[in-house]
Ligand binder design. Structure first.
Ligand SMILES: Cc1cc2nc3c(=O)[nH]c(=O)nc-3n(C[C@H](O)[C@H](O)[C@H](O)COP(=O)(O)O)c2cc1C
Length: 193
């Protein structure tokens, strides 16, 4: 079956994160985001796509700081509350009952109970007519010990990071399962003799 090109995310599962920011007047904001990806590995930048009219984008532009929180599936209700279009003066932590977690190197708080927290600073904004691409540098990355081994690998079966698949009428929320096959990075490169 052929699909119209704008349905890309019907066939491409996306991660779901909660981006937390502060306005210049100190109002806490949190919004779910699917269009976010690391820029290659093992680098330290991420890129996200934003429609122009987003409090999140305004806050990132004005303060240069944001936290990418990775929510477990158990935080789904809060994610859905934060997806509502509140005016900028509404504290979305309060609306969704999110517990703030003080950040270490930036001012906006993260969200307690997340699987991981990326404290980011704005590197560059690429502005187009209807959207903006935001490149951020991950200044500090922390994983919740509850879900991680001592060397920082997360246990996806217990963490159950939220992801999404779009359908014709809305979003289906999902989480990954282990496919039972592990491939070391060394397998992906041809050995030079
Ligand atoms: C699962 C999910 C993923 C989303 N991903 C994005 C996204 O990648 N980019 C975007 O601009 N909006 C995205 N949205 C919409 C925003 O989260 C929503 O409009 C929110 O109200 C924006 O809040 P803000 O104005 O406080 O930033 C997403 C919504 C949901 C529910």
């Amino acid at each position: 079956m052929q699909l119209t090109p704008y349905k890309r995310e019907n066939v491409l599962p996306l991660p779901v994160v909660l981006i937390s920011t502060l306005s210049t007047t100190g109002i806490r904001n949190a919004a779910p985001w699917g269009n976010i990806t690391p820029i290659l590995r093992p680098l330290d930048q991420i890129i996200l796509a934003s429609w122009i009219r987003r409090d999140t984008l305004d806050n990132i532009r004005e303060t240069g700081e944001f936290v990418v929180n990775v929510p477990p599936v158990g935080m789904l209700e809060e994610v859905m509350i934060c997806s509502r279009n509140y005016p900028p003066e509404v504290d979305e932590f309060e609306e969704a009952g999110l517990v703030p977690r003080p950040s270490s190197v930036i001012t906006p708080p993260g969200i307690e109970g997340s699987i991981a927290w990326m404290e980011c600073r704005l590197v560059e904004e690429i502005l187009r007519e209807k959207y903006a691409l935001v490149i951020g540098k991950v200044e500090r990355l922390e994983v919740n010990d509850q879900y991680a081994s001592s060397d920082g690998d997360i246990d996806i079966e217990s963490a159950r990071p939220l992801s999404m698949v779009c359908g014709n009428d809305g979003i289906r929320y999902t989480y990954p399962v282990d496919a039972g096959r592990f491939a070391p990075y060394s397998e992906m490169f041809i050995k030079q003799s």
